[in-house]
Design a protein around this ligand. Structure first.
Ligand SMILES: Nc1ncnc2c1ncn2[C@@H]1O[C@H](COP(=O)(O)OP(=O)(O)OP(=O)(O)O)[C@@H](O)[C@H]1O
Ligand SMILES: [Mg+2]
Length: 276
């Protein structure tokens, strides 16, 4: 699978805190990567580096579509098709659905005026085709404040796809959602895959992550503790590995360094883990 984005030897320190240490990570084109790890493992820091929000420490490199980007900024990341969806901050609560879809990227007509009619029509179309909103109570003019958590995630992900995002990062998108709402979010991850795009899916619950991912990456205290291609590992085996990581910081006792190798060896890492 061709790389869409790659981190090479990325570290990030905040004062005394080492949030990431020598991380090598990649996400392929049309690949869904599940990022797992305990609180404080460095997951959010990692995605923030990939969106240009944080700069890695000196020596770390970010490559997008095979090209090194020395100073990735938020606008540059967006231009490259990298979008992040946060649960809380994703949408403007007091605005309508159609305004939220086009926020900051409004359509205008040939007179240079806002094309409200077109934006409403497009939103209605997206509601039926992409968002799967079946409730007749929701219209393009509905105010976001009344939307459920799952619906909000759906709007944010649909918006990213509509504007041709290539890589969508979801940082704990199911937090605080009910089971059925969570399932909706997972459906959206399937949609990202079906549309040929890539996704990094962060969630504490492996039962959410495992079914939709092509590859699972486990972060432990700022380092990559292991990576597995999904088809090389059952859910039960993954649970067993995570248990081990949580207790030893490694996939095998005394093998922490060995497992923290370049991500191109994702399959090898999984195999290594297999003969423990
Ligand atoms: N802006 C910051 N300033 C100082 N320390 C930070 C900052 N951001 C993160 N950290 C620290 O870096 C470490 C990794 O944090 P991060 O938020 O990346 O973890 P996480 O894996 O996303 O955790 P969680 O599952 O709780 O969201 C933590 O020790 C955190 O306190
Ligand atoms: Mg986090």
């Amino acid at each position: 699978m061709e790389n869409f984005l790659q981190l090479k030897n990325v570290s990030k320190t905040f004062g005394e805190v080492s949030a990431l240490h020598d991380v090598n990570f990649e996400v392929g084109t049309n690949e869904i990567v599940g990022l797992l790890g305990d609180n404080g493992a460095g997951k959010s820091t990692m995605v923030k580096i990939m969106t240009g929000y944080h700069r890695p420490d000196a020596g770390g490199e970010i490559h997008i579509k095979g090209r090194r980007v020395p100073h990735l900024t938020v606008p540059e990341a967006r231009k490259q098709g990298i979008e992040i969806v946060y649960q809380e901050r994703a949408l403007a609560d007091k605005q309508s659905l159609w305004r939220n879809i086009f926020l900051g990227r409004e359509l205008s007509n040939s007179w240079g005026m806002l094309d409200v009619k077109k934006m409403r029509e497009e939103t209605l179309n997206l509601m039926h085709t992409a968002m799967g909103f079946t409730s007749s109570a929701i219209t393009p003019d509905s105010i976001i404040k009344t939307f459920s958590g799952g619906e909000r995630q759906g709007v944010a992900i649909t918006r990213a796809l509509y504007f041709k995002a290539e890589l969508i990062m979801l940082d704990e998108p199911t937090m605080g959602l009910s089971l059925s709402e969570t399932n909706k979010v997972i459906d959206f991850v399937h949609r990202i895959k079906a549309e040929g795009k890539s996704c990094i899916f962060i969630d504490h619950n492996i039962f959410h992550v495992y079914p939709v991912c092509d590859r699972i990456v486990v972060l432990d205290r700022g380092t990559i503790a292991g990576q597995y291609l999904k088809n090389e590992l059952t859910l039960e085996e993954l649970i067993e590995r995570l248990y081990l990581v949580a207790h030893t910081g490694s996939l095998r006792k005394g093998a922490a360094k060995e497992e923290n190798e370049a991500p191109k060896a994702a399959g090898d890492a999984a195999k290594k883990g297999g003969d423990r």
